[in-house]
Ligand binder design. Structure first.
Ligand SMILES: [Zn+2]
Length: 93
């Protein structure tokens, strides 16, 4: 991971190195630090039936618009305090 990616993801140190890598389907950065879940129809629109991860910017690129709070599925994984970059928190609020 280069410095720009690390800075963008603002990875908290407490996770250490013993964690899963969640590579973005498009740009391949590790999305661990900005994990989020969008509504299934939105994911299907952007990705189809493929399973995987997209970073915020690549998902927005595929959709042709910015994410809004209504795009995020109401679930514990989307708690803004849980593994969220400032960018994801901005989109969720
Ligand atoms: Zn990406």
């Amino acid at each position: 991971m280069n410095d720009l990616t690390a800075a963008r993801l603002n990875l908290p140190g407490r996770f250490g190195n013993n964690r899963k890598v969640l590579p973005c389907l498009d740009c391949h950065i590790d999305t661990w630090g900005e994990y989020f879940i969008v509504h299934h129809d939105l994911w299907h629109q952007a990705v189809g039936h493929r399973w995987g991860y997209l970073c915020v910017l690549c998902l927005e690129h595929r959709l042709g618009r910015l994410l809004t709070p209504d795009d995020f599925l109401p679930c514990p994984a989307n708690d803004p305090e849980w593994r969220k970059t400032d960018l994801v928190r901005t989109r969720m609020s």
